[in-house]
Ligand binder design. Sequence first.
Ligand code: ZN
Length: 332
Amino acid sequence: MRIAIGIDIGGTNTKYVLAQEDGTVLSSYKKPTPISADKNKKIEELLVDSLREFLNTESAKKVIDGASESSSIAGIGIGIAGLIDRKSGKIIQSPNMSKLNGVPLKDVFEKEFSLPVVIENDANIYAYGEKWVGAGKKFNNFAVVTLGTGLGGGLIYNGELYEGPMEIGHMVIVPSGRYCTCGSYGCLESYASGRAIVDNVVSALEKGTESLLSKCCDGNIYKITPEIVFKTALEGDNLSREVFRDLGQFLGIGMSNLMNILDLEAIIIGGGLIGAWDLYIDKLNKEASKRAFKPLSSVPVLKSTLTKNAGSIGAAGFLFSKIASNPTGADQ
Ligand SMILES: [Zn+2]
């Protein structure tokens, strides 16, 4: 069985897998993403070095050395946040790694490793992973929402990855709302994301709202993280519980928009905040069913089953799909 290299370049960490065509992960690796270039090397060169490092680990070497003719390495799939020129494999705009803007990442990796390379947006890759081996396996039409520090989105339509922007996090839901990093105002991401959780808590604490969180972090409320808010919510803290319910409400509004626009069989939520699922899912469902067209509001909202390495697994799967549709190479 063939093997693919899957890479998920995140804002904090880059994750790697070697995966088989049936989705089995044979080896995985994680490394901090090089955010800035060092003196002698560009970011893309540091990313190439990191992949070499992974391929030189004991675990990866064992897989590659054991690979016979019939289980050769098929290529490299890469997921990264931002807009991608799919034809050229160039990064058009990456919010976390602006130094990669304009870099032909596909060419760089193809040249270095002499393997076919495909590049996709990270949330799209996540959606592909759900279709390939996750909670979306049995569906042909579903949206994936990645709820982490920010809010990403991907879509599987008629069984295929929709290769478009799907920036669900930047659908506007509050006119004249909060300023968003994309340059607009009132985007869903500013109200439903890890960043929004922290913003809401901090602004309530600044106004003097009582909460267990005011004593947190040696009194420095600007050090509060979504994980800390989750913990105090479980301890029964009202403010912490409320911000998760608010997140559920905004997310419910966003999801009702998706239900009304797309003919979906399911919405799958993934990302770091699914750990706090019970704190917002009721509110989300209630809000979505209140707002979506009645016959459309029964679309189930499901939890991702690919919590670990979802992006890198999806990247490997996406590479296989591209190779299958174009056996002469991944250039399309
Ligand atoms: Zn935005």
